[in-house]
Design a protein around this ligand. Structure first.
Ligand code: DOR
Length: 444
């Protein structure tokens, strides 16, 4: 039996931060109390530091199989734990796409072998795999992902009859990428007419517009209301969309929920001039007013979950002209440091951050015994120094693609140590090859 006693950290959990001792035995937290006497356990003196549940990131693209020149599960799960993310849910736009149960299980097998963080995957819906969707066991996978706007991987679902049938029949949580395809296509065509392929990057939010986002998310919500589907809208990017969501009922009772990603909270359109295609995402980073509205909706509970949409591409790919530079960027190593910096800037409290990045994904996806620092729960934990610094530069980036949209930034907080299922996997800048990651199980 292995045992660890973490002494005196501010334990951030369920709306409170209190200096407490945490005792871990094997893979579980077994006791949390004001003072636990030290006997033979490994001792971690953590006075002045903060102990958080590991972040559960409900939207990552780790590119395996088929796109492993950009990333793979081994490299990106290591970057994730260095960033305080102990669990990820990975997206189906790989090659081949995860649109059959057999292909999805192959991804689980790779993660079982290579991942340092806990994992689950989303099944991909298309215009023509309805029969396979119906066979998916909701206790085995995180949920269903539908691209209601096309992005990397060509997985657009735009057959309205198929969509209604999916929404009406599946008992999976349906997570959606919302950008209205005809609107985006028309905007793009008009800009290509004017500029050719080298459209100025500042026009990305004009092409992937506010209207495209609102039309798509409001239509998906209407369909969910009509069919009773359980809908989760990924990566909100506009002020207007936040008005579509409720905050007058608890998350457990919501049938329609929303997520926001770190890049939409950190960057604004003013950053395109400096960052170029390195901050080209779908949906696009929009105005400073949109960004403020996203923070407001996150804080007042219209937005339920914080995530990354970690979506690495190579620097060479990103150096292409606008029309062929792919959208997406790597984020898992830096999301928590960025969000903790936002805590220091007063944009969100540390307790609210833990609610949105740790507790709520566990509630929303009904993940078993994770997302909290609680007796009986898996010991997925992150020790944070709120006085530490995290400089981002090419020599300390762990992503396979080797770059970050945050290069040149120094975050005002530091991940000191990360444990996955009671095993230390990251400490003071070093990955520790303690493979303890597990496939997620669900209480559904
Ligand atoms: O910017 C994005 N990149 N948005 C997505 O939805 C997909 C992602 C990717 O896979 O590259």
């Amino acid at each position: 039996m292995s045992a660890i006693l973490i002494k005196g950290a501010y334990v951030v959990n369920e709306g409170e931060s209190k200096p407490l001792d945490v005792l871990v035995q094997d893979d579980r937290i077994v006791k949390i109390a004001e003072s636990i006497p030290h006997t033979t356990e490994e001792l971690v003196e953590a006075k002045g530091l903060y102990l958080l549940p590991g972040m559960i990131d409900d939207q990552v693209h780790f590119r395996e199989p088929g796109l492993t020149h950009k990333a793979n599960i081994a490299t990106e799960s290591r970057a994730a734990v260095a960033g305080g993310i102990t669990t990820f849910i990975e997206m189906p736009n790989t090659v081949p796409q995860a649109t059959t149960i057999e292909l999805l299980e192959e991804k689980f097998a790779v993660a079982a072998k290579d991942s340092l963080a806990n994992y689950s995957f989303m099944f991909g819906g298309t215009n023509d795999n309805l029969d396979e969707i119906k066979k998916v066991d909701k206790n085995k996978v995180a949920g269903l992902k539908l691209f209601l706007g096309s992005s990397t991987g060509n997985m657009l679902v735009d057959d309205q009859d198929v969509l209604r049938e999916i929404f009406s029949t599946t008992d999976l949580v349906i997570s959606v990428h919302c950008e209205d395809e005809p609107t985006v296509k028309a905007n793009l065509a008009a800009h290509v007419d004017k500029y050719g392929d080298d459209i100025p990057i500042e026009l990305h939010p004009v092409i992937r517009s506010h209207d495209a986002c609102y039309l798509s998310s409001s239509t998906a919500i209407k369909l969910a209301k009509e069919t009773g589907a359980r809908l989760h809208v990924f990566h909100l990017s506009t002020a207007r969309e936040t008005e579509l969501f409720r905050n007058d009922i608890p998350l457990e009772e919501k049938k329609i929920t929303a997520e926001v990603c770190v890049h939409h909270l950190w960057f604004s359109e003013e950053d395109y001039a400096e960052k170029g295609t390195h901050i080209k995402w779908n949906p696009a980073v929009k105005s400073a007013e949109d960004r403020s509205a996203l923070w407001e909706a996150l804080n007042d509970d219209r937005i339920d979950v914080l995530a990354t949409d970690h979506a690495p591409h190579t620097l060479e790919e990103k150096a292409n002209p606008y029309t062929s530079a792919p959208s997406g960027g790597p984020l898992v190593q830096h999301a928590m440091p960025a969000l903790l910096t936002a805590v220091k800037k007063g944009k969100i409290s540390i307790e609210k951050l833990v609610q949105k990045a740790c507790h709520n994904p566990a509630i929303l996806f009904q993940i078993e015994k994770r997302g909290y620092l609680k007796e009986g729960y898996f010991a997925d934990m992150v020790l944070v120094d709120m006085e530490g610094k995290t400089p981002v530069s090419r020599d300390n980036i762990l992503y396979k693609c080797g770059w970050s949209p945050f290069e040149g930034t120094t975050f005002d907080a530091k991940i000191v140590q990360t444990w996955v299922n009671g095993k230390s996997v990251y400490q003071s800048g070093k990955i520790m090859e303690n493979k303890a990651a597990m496939r997620l199980t669900f209480n559904r």
